[in-house]
Design a binder for this molecule. Structure first.
Ligand code: 5AD
Ligand code: FES
Length: 349
């Protein structure tokens, strides 16, 4: 097996490893190798983005979902989940508040909720873009038809986040009921790219059944797909799901993967996720210090935040969270990074 430190150097130079090499790099994870990857990743990120951190205001528009993913707290069969949907006016008010706070990207995220049909979403997108022409809008609303993705794009959506969840088809089958299709999800990602979206993929770290082998496939997939963004974070069990008693993912492995992803694609938009902050009070800081360059504070109305519970103990859901952006700006400043008021498009390199 090639030495992990040699693989780290090779990855920085070539921005690519073979599947077997990614797996070897993952299997040899140690604190020393993590430090080596971290140093390289921070240097590479610094060269592209300096010490700036991009921010997106996350608006959780619906906790209704027609899917039944085994890991997710808002899965259809979770009868204990509190359901809500925001009205177009509530969503627009979130954008107004967000704009004044300095957000220039709004992420509209929700479960797969048929209530949010194309006509409703397109009307909302046009309104948001009319009022804030300088903002970017990201959608994260799951799998839809090509026609729908096209309509939403034409109405002004700039970006689409759809985590692929796992690049291994058999593993996908362990995480989802048979009614959900890995092929269809992957097809959606290709379609989104063809339409012209800046596309984000991503996966959970430490999901049940995941080994270094599956993670190596995720890394190879990202290397080949070349997304604009990649969202990764630890799997955190939710008590009312089939995976409620499974062990969760770790901050350390998530940060290790963030460093590797930065080296694969130097300009990749890589968030330090809320899940990181949930497992470790300094998780998001650690993410940034491992190569991430985006944070996505919650901009949802405080009244609904507890209801958008994908996993247990999620942070930023209480009264203290009304000003997440200010909190994160301070946290980033404390480690030498600057939260900027910017759309945060990927830098072309
Ligand atoms: N723990 C961590 N992440 C989760 N997600 C869903 N459920 C969980 C969980 N229990 C992630 C999925 C999804 C994104 C919106 O949140 O990757 O794509
Ligand atoms: Fe939400 Fe600190 S980021 S309270």
């Amino acid at each position: 097996m090639i030495d992990g430190f040699a693989l780290a150097a090779k990855l920085e130079t070539d921005r690519s490893l073979s599947l077997a090499e990614y797996e070897a790099l993952l299997r040899q994870r140690s604190e020393a190798l993590a430090a080596s990857l971290r140093e390289r990743a921070v240097r590479v990120r610094q060269a592209v983005y300096g010490n700036t951190v991009f921010t997106r205001g996350l608006i959780e528009i619906s906790s209704y979902c027609k899917n039944n993913c085994y890991y997710c707290g808002i899965r259809r069969d979770n009868r204990s989940a509190e359901r809500y949907r925001l009205s177009p006016k509530e969503i627009l008010d979130c954008c107004r508040e967000g704009w004044d706070l300095g957000f220039r990207t709004f992420v509209l995220q929700g479960g797969e909720d048929p209530y949010f049909n194309d006509a409703l979403l397109c009307g909302m997108l046009r309104q948001i873009k009319r009022e804030f022409p300088a903002c970017a809008v990201t959608l994260s609303l799951g799998e839809r038809s090509r026609d729908s993705y096209q309509k939403l794009f034409d109405a002004g959506a700039d970006r689409y986040l759809l985590r692929h969840e796992t690049a291994d088809k058999a593993h996908y089958g362990q995480l989802h009921p048979e009614t959900m299709s890995w092929d269809h999800r992957m097809q959606c990602l290709t379609t989104l790219k063809e339409i012209g979206y800046q596309v984000g993929c991503g996966f959970m770290v430490g999901s049940p059944g995941q080994t270094e082998r599956e993670l190596a496939k995720d890394l190879k997939f990202v290397e080949r797909f070349r997304p604009a963004m990649c969202g990764i974070g630890p799997f955190i069990p939710h008590k009312d799901t089939p995976f409620g008693a499974e062990p969760g993912g770790s901050v350390e492995l998530s940060c290790y993967l963030l460093s590797i992803l930065r080296l694969i694609q130097p300009n990749l938009l890589l968030p330090a996720t809320t899940a990181l902050g949930t497992l470790d009070p300094l998780g998001r800081e650690k993410g940034i210090q491992s190569g991430a360059n985006v944070v996505m504070p919650n901009l949802s109305p405080v009244s609904v935040r507890k209801k958008y519970a994908l996993y247990d103990n999620k942070i930023c859901t209480g009264e203290e969270s009304a000003q997440c952006r200010g909190c994160l700006a301070q946290r980033m400043a404390a480690i030498g990074y600057e939260l900027v008021t910017d759309r945060g498009d990927p830098k072309t390199i």
